[in-house]
Design a protein around this ligand. Structure first.
Ligand code: CFM
Ligand code: HCA
Length: 531
């Protein structure tokens, strides 16, 4: 594999080769800690899978908040891109407000670029307010807005003054930072300063949690909610899948913050801890064992005997229901290999679930993960800042003396930290086998080269590269959108995932496609004098 990776890199111009070689390695525990370069600029022209800052801010973090109207100030394409494609599902709460099936755009034209788009933006916000009466409103900036200097924040203030509705703008122009990741950070900051802690009602419940970094793709959040409800938890808010402005306002009242996708939301978790005191804990509800482990960790945190008993009872009941079905799918999938390439956490989260159905991950990577997503949270202090990440505002919050609560004594926190992932997460590399490939910011050329090199049975990625794999005769499953299926989280989700993967791998269709390496040789040369 090492030689083949070198061959793949050798095809690049020298400067690109030097760059890309830092983003790829073969896992080898004998070498101790292995480092990867991540969250740095993509080499132009390499056909990256990455998206933009606006996609991360509006598309990922803000967009799923259902009772709000999210106005996009920009050309229509930016809105169209984030219209319904991410499959973050939502049902209206009692107030009946759910606007996620709409897209709101100022549809900027050339004249707005030349003469300024603020009047049009204000008009659009007021029109959306009059028609929909949302609980709150956001305005997202796209690239041209930053270039022409429209003051979206002033417009938001005017709309708020006129309507009395919370309205805030985010300067998440697409070109900021190096990927979607910049947009996550910008959205986290705003939700912290404009929404969280603004609630006035006290939330009832004995074991109150928020689920952070859960976007209800294909209904994942609903399955997690079902399990937590059954055990007796009160989920105050979900950030942000099927989430709402109304519930998010009270997020500061939770006793514990659960973090599913830390890449997109660790900033809020940390800020809540500083400001309101509630600790955060890493969970993973993808995969049966990971779900069981996360539930047990939660019970340990609360240290309540009845809760611990109920947790075990629910685990037993749920496992009984799915055990045999999973075993059946395992029989159908075992021995297969997978190549995972997803945004910033799923390439890691799905490895246990795949292993549970007998599939080994032989290569994995993130589009925009940071070094800590690969190497673990401990490396954060060693991450170098550069012009791109310095460009993204990092806010600091202070202790809110009135609403701050102490949940654990420092001694208890340290004691628990030895047993459960409090304020901590491992990186993806530690869970991968020696010999597997780790790759950051994969591009089209490398996708083809690695698929050809490893010939995995399953390629898990997104819409941009799914059909590259299909054309090479390899089953590809979208781990972003779940290909119109889901949920894949929790216990019931694991069964649906196993069923979908098994069906995809075992369909006779693949027998009708001849991959390119079966038509012409992958390697050319002479062996024993013969070609
Ligand atoms: Fe987190 Fe996500 Fe992901 Fe992500 Fe995304 Fe997504 Fe993703 Mo697509 S928040 S990092 S920015 S788990 S939209 S729900 S699937 S790339 S791996
Ligand atoms: C985004 C959203 C995306 C894209 C998925 C894909 C998603 O990055 O803007 O490329 O298939 O999950 O919808 O990640």
């Amino acid at each position: 594999t090492k030689d083949k990776i070198q061959q793949m890199l050798d095809a690049y111009p020298a400067k690109t080769m030097k760059n890309r070689r830092k983003h790829i390695f073969i896992k080898d525990s004998l070498q101790g800690e292995q480092h990867i370069e991540a969250d740095t600029r993509t080499v132009p022209g390499t056909m990256t899978n990455r998206g933009c800052c606006y996609a991360g801010c509006k598309g990922v973090v803000l967009g799923p908040l259902k009772d709000m109207v999210h106005v996009v100030h920009g050309p229509i394409g930016c809105s169209y891109y984030t219209w319904g494609t991410r499959r973050n599902k939502a049902d209206a709460d009692d107030d009946g407000k759910n606007f996620i099936n709409y897209i709101f755009s100022t549809d900027m034209q050339e004249s707005d670029i030349v003469f300024g788009g603020e009047p049009k933006l204000e008009k659009a916000c007021m029109e959306a307010y009059e028609i929909f009466k949302p609980n709150a409103m956001t305005i997202s900036s796209t690239c041209p807005v930053g270039l022409i200097g429209d003051d979206v924040h002033a417009v938001a203030r005017r709309v708020q003054e006129k309507t009395g509705m919370t309205t805030f703008a985010v300067s998440c122009e697409g070109y900021k930072g190096v990927s979607q990741s910049a947009g996550h950070h910008i959205a986290n900051n705003k939700l912290m300063t404009e929404v969280i802690g603004k609630g006035e009602k006290e939330v009832e419940g004995k074991f109150k949690v928020n689920i952070l970094g859960e976007y209800n793709i294909g209904g994942d959040g609903w399955e997690i909610g079902r399990i937590l409800d059954k055990i007796g938890y009160t989920v105050i808010s979900v950030m942000t899948g099927d989430g709402s402005y109304e519930t998010l306002k009270n997020a500061n009242q939770a006793d514990l913050n659960l973090i599913q996708c830390h890449r997109s939301i660790n900033y809020i978790a940390e800020m809540i801890e500083t400001k309101y005191g509630a600790p955060w804990m890493k969970v993973n509800f993808i995969g049966v064992e990971s779900t069981v482990q996360s539930l047990r960790d939660m019970a340990k945190y609360f240290g309540d005997e009845e809760l611990a008993e109920k947790t075990e009872e629910v685990i037993k009941e749920e496992l009984k229901e799915i055990k045999d079905v999973i075993a059946e799918y395992r029989e159908q999938c075992k021995g297969k290999t997978a190549f995972l390439f997803v945004g910033g956490s799923r390439a890691h989260h799905y490895q246990n679930l795949l292993a549970e159905i007998g599939i080994e991950t032989v290569a994995a990577g993130y589009e925009f993960g940071h070094r800590d997503d690969y190497e673990g949270r401990k490396v954060i202090p060693t991450i170098k800042t550069n012009a791109d990440n310095k460009n993204i505002e990092s806010i600091t919050v202070e202790k809110d003396e009135k609403n701050y609560k102490v949940y654990l004594s420092p001694e208890k926190y340290e004691e628990l930290k030895k047993e459960i992932p409090l304020g901590e997460y491992k990186g993806m590399i530690s869970d991968m086998k020696d010999g597997s490939i780790v790759i950051d910011d994969l591009n089209h050329y490398e996708t083809e080269a690695i698929v050809e090199m490893l010939k995995p049975d399953l390629f898990c990625s997104g819409i941009k590269d799914k059909y590259i794999a299909h054309k090479m005769g390899i089953f590809a499953k979208q781990l972003h959108s779940y290909d119109y299926s889901g949920p894949y989280a929790g216990f019931k989700g694991a069964v649906i995932f196993a069923k979908d993967v098994s069906a995809g791998l075992n369909t006779p269709t693949w027998g009708y496609i001849t991959p390119p390496w079966k038509i012409s040789p992958v390697l050319e040369g002479e062996l024993g004098g013969e070609g």
